[in-house]
Design a protein around this ligand. Structure first.
Ligand SMILES: [Zn+2]
Ligand SMILES: [Zn+2]
Length: 104
């Protein structure tokens, strides 16, 4: 988990790394498939996990699902805001050119 600027919410929020996101994705899928209980009850496991990892309580499952570090291309070396997309060649916030990652 890392606090990063979210371009969609226009505020700093906890974002999930790939390990955490995988778990959240599972719990989200479970909530979607479940037909029992209210909306809140079905996504309770997801909310509980999110709160446990981030310390923030969130009430909208979709808000959690777009807070994934990888989706935003990681933080800019200069200003710390995410690059917005993994394919961005420069930072949309400060104009810093993204270092070219060595192809492996
Ligand atoms: Zn957001
Ligand atoms: Zn930047």
């Amino acid at each position: 988990m890392k606090i990063l600027w979210c371009w969609r919410c226009r505020m700093e929020l906890p974002m999930l790394d790939e390990v955490e996101y995988k778990k959240v994705y599972e719990l989200y899928g479970k909530g979607i498939k479940s037909r029992e209980g209210t909306y809140e009850e079905r996504f309770k496991e997801l909310m509980d996990y999110y709160e446990e990892v981030t310390g923030f309580s969130e009430t909208i499952p979709n808000a959690i699902m777009h807070h994934r570090i990888a989706q935003y291309g990681g933080p800019c070396e200069k200003c710390g805001k995410p690059y917005r997309t993994p394919l961005a060649s420069f930072c949309a916030a400060c104009g810093n050119k993204k270092p070219i990652e060595p192809v492996t």
